[in-house]
Each structure stands twice: as structure tokens, then as C-alpha cells.
Design a protein around this ligand. Structure first.
Ligand SMILES: [Zn+2]
Length: 231
């Protein structure tokens, strides 16, 4: 079911990884297996501390950082229909330019931001502020709220001044950091509809597909073929 595979996926080769950090070990296994599918288990095995044998709980966070901070392309079932849940693929080793130069606020700036925010998430959408407080339980996403700094406009004209300017930062809860990172288009200040659809589940994608067919005047027949409405 689902999308048709575009090419034969090959299983990856795994060797022990002795790099110093979880992130470096995950990077190494992907670079060793460009164009091949890696499973969650294989990544965790590679990420496991070679000395203590301890399995890292935060491997997924580190994998995200390889995407967002280092600029690697790492595909998952969310981007590619022929990958299963918990399968990952690095198609090539090119890094996105500009990634990794992440600016951070100074401690004084972050304190000022938290005070302005009254220690609550400042995410605004449709005229509503999230307002979840640091340490509270998140009733939507679950888990304890931890506020972290968000650079309001990562394409700022003045990146050197920003770490000292509280106006350039906001406090966001974890859920809204993810929303912004994945779904928010900072150039338009609107939700990134394409990213939302890309990250949706297959049934949700199907719903959107049907909606778009109907919107543009097409009907899907029982055999799966598509025809244009008579006008
Ligand atoms: Zn929030």
C-alpha cells in the first residue's frame, strides 16, 4: 500500500562506532551508508556509548540536530512514501549552506526575554498566546514544559547584534519550537502548508489529496483513476 518505491532500497552495513559523542556516531553511520535505509535499531546501536554500552535516550534529538544545525538531508517516512516508520535515509553528504551558524542569546538577554514573557510561552497564533508556563504540564503535547529561546527572524540583517537584543528573541515551549521549525515560514509569517502536508500521516495526506482533487475539479473513480468534472 502507499507510494510505489522509486528504487530498490538496500540494507545498511553497520560497524562499531567509537566517535566521542552520540551525534558524531549517528553522523558516522549515515555517512557510511549514503543512499541506504537505516532502521531505528541500527541508529540506536551505532549511537550506543562504546565504553559503557549505555543506549542514548536522546538519539532522536541528535538526529534532528544533524538536520537543523549541520544541514544534512535525512529523509524519513514523512518525506518519502517508500520509507517505513522508523526508517531513515541520507541520500547524499551535501550540507545545506548557512546551517550550523546558529545565533544564541546571551544569558542576560535570555533572562530579559523570560521576564518579559512572564516565564510563559510567547507563541501567538490567530490572536491567541500559548501561555504555557515553564515546568507546567503541556495538556496538548504531553510532558513538562521547558521554555527555550527562539530567534524570531533567523534571517536577521544584523546577526551580530541579536544575541544582546531581547526584542529579537521569544520564549517558546517545546511544542511550539517544533511547530516553528517545521511548519512556520519565517519569510511570509504564515504556516507553511506544504510542510504540514509533508509531515501529516498517510490518511491525512489522502484527505488533503481528495480535497485538492475536488477543489481543482477532479474526481477519483473506484479503480483509482482520476477524471475531470464535466462542466
Ligand atoms: Zn507554546
Amino acid at each position: 500500500m502507499g507510494a510505489t518505491p522509486t528504487f530498490q532500497l538496500t540494507l545498511a552495513f553497520i560497524r562499531p562506532y567509537r566517535q566521542k559523542s552520540v551525534k558524531k556516531r549517528i553522523e558516522a553511520i549515515f555517512l557510511d551508508n549514503l543512499g541506504k535505509v537505516l532502521t531505528r535499531e541500527q541508529i540506536i546501536k551505532a549511537a550506543t556509548d562504546p565504553a559503557s554500552g549505555r543506549q542514548p535516550e536522546n538519539w532522536h534529538q541528535r538526529l534532528s540536530e544533524l538536520r537543523t544545525d549541520d544541514g544534512y538531508t535525512i529523509l524519513s517516512w514523512r518525506n518519502r512514501g517508500d520509507l517505513k516508520v522508523q526508517e531513515y535515509l541520507m541520500p547524499h553528504q551535501r550540507k545545506r549552506r548557512g546551517a550550523g551558524k546558529r545565533v544564541r542569546p546571551t544569558d542576560a538577554t535570555w533572562t530579559a526575554v523570560l521576564k518579559r514573557a512572564a516565564y510563559a510561552c510567547e507563541w501567538k497564533e490567530g490572536g491567541m498566546t500559548c501561555g504555557l508556563k515553564d515546568g507546567e504540564n503541556d495538556p496538548v503535547g504531553g510532558g513538562r514544559v521547558k521554555l527555550t529561546p527562539d530567534h524570531k527572524n533567523p534571517h536577521s540583517l544584523n546577526p551580530d547584534a541579536d544575541p544582546k537584543d531581547p526584542q529579537q528573541w521569544q520564549a517558546l515551549c517545546g511544542r511550539h519550537q517544533v511547530t516553528k521549525k517545521n511548519y512556520w515560514d519565517t519569510t511570509t509569517g504564515k504556516l507553511n502548508a506544504y510542510a504540514i502536508v509533508q509531515f501529516a500521516t498517510e490518511p491525512e495526506k489522502r484527505e488533503v489529496f481528495k480535497f485538492l482533487l475536488s477543489y481543482f475539479g477532479y474526481t477519483m473513480l473506484k479503480d483509482g483513476s482520476i477524471t475531470r468534472h464535466e462542466t
